[in-house]
Design a protein around this ligand. Structure first.
Ligand SMILES: NC(=O)c1ccc[n+]([C@@H]2O[C@H](COP(=O)([O-])OP(=O)(O)OC[C@H]3O[C@@H](n4cnc5c(N)ncnc54)[C@H](OP(=O)(O)O)[C@@H]3O)[C@@H](O)[C@H]2O)c1
Length: 267
């Protein structure tokens, strides 16, 4: 372990998938890990301290912050708490859209608002945000999920420019399909009589299959470990050559042609 930010890290969404793999990987490297999620027994296991935190609740984040601060605080934040609600762009109920933003976007803002003053007081730190390839390449029936990740993209770019003067670095990690609990936890938000039902269910079945045949969460965790060692991390790291190519093609192909390919994949 050789991090310019010290060896104390908070990981949100650490009860499953990428967050859990990251908690185990950082602990193995000798970091003191605060592994936060809603579903956990608060306990200590080796270098890992499991702590309850619901990122949608200001009180819950503050309670966790108080416990962590009392034990010496952290200088690295890794945001993995997230969920997906699939549905049509037109008729996904607003409640479902807001709920998704509450976890994926406002959850990150809330945790940062509460922890960043401490990072500033320490003279710096690192904020790693789990975005997604879906935050660069929107897919059908994932518009609102993608919107949460696009929102994170602009937020992190601005945060870097603003908080850099306090020694705070930030980066986005963009995994593609990864085999985690995300697929089973995904909700569908299709109102009664939605004309999109059959097409949406078909597209989501394809996406679920791709996720479950996807990469390992450990591969994403290893990238987080590498980023934690960089004094000047890049704005974003896309996980996997195939997804880097997809993003490159999106940039150079005519938009209409790229859209046709994606549409065809999920028809
Ligand atoms: N899997 C993929 O293919 C993929 C691809 C690209 C990006 N991502 C992103 O990677 C991140 C991690 O997802 P994953 O794939 O590892 O899924 P996962 O296995 O379902 O893990 C999601 C984690 O988020 C936590 N969580 C959910 N709601 C929360 C809340 N309100 N407060 C605190 N924690 C909450 C869950 O724990 P509790 O339920 O215990 O709270 C769980 O630990 C997400 O941001 C996701 O968007 C995933």
């Amino acid at each position: 372990m050789n991090s310019p930010y010290g060896n104390r890290i908070l990981i949100t969404g650490a009860s499953s998938g990428i967050g859990l793999a990251a908690a185990e990987a950082f602990a193995k490297e000798g970091y003191t890990v605060w592994a936060a999620s809603r579903r956990c027994e608060e306990r200590r296991e080796g270098n890992c301290r499991y702590i309850r935190m619901d990122v949608t609740s200001e009180d819950s984040v503050r309670r966790a912050y108080d416990k962590i601060a009392e034990a010496g605080g952290v200088a690295i934040l890794l945001h993995c708490a997230g969920m997906g609600i699939a549905g049509a762009a037109e008729d996904t109920p607003e409640e479902a859209v807001r709920r998704q933003f509450e976890v994926n976007y406002y959850g990150v803002l809330r945790v940062n608002r509460i922890f960043l003053p401490d990072l500033r007081a320490r003279g710096g730190g690192l904020v790693l945000v789990m975005s997604s390839v879906a935050g660069r390449v929107p897919l059908p029936y994932q518009s609102h999920y993608s919107a949460t990740k696009y929102a994170l993209d602009t937020y992190v770019e601005s945060l870097r420019m603003e908080a850099g003067r306090f020694g705070i670095r930030a980066a986005l990690i963009e995994p593609g399909d990864t085999k985690t609990g995300f697929t089973a936890a995904r909700e569908m938000a299709l109102p009664e009589g939605s004309p999109y039902r059959a097409a949406c269910e078909g597209a989501v079945a394809r996406m679920s299959k791709d996720e479950q045949n996807g990469g390992s969460p450990l591969a994403v965790a290893k990238i987080c470990l590498k980023l934690a060692q960089k004094k000047h991390p890049p704005v974003r790291v896309t996980v996997g050559l195939m997804y880097r190519i997809v993003i490159f093609l999106r940039r150079i192909w005519p938009a209409g042609a790229f859209e046709k390919v994606l549409e065809g994949m999920y028809r």
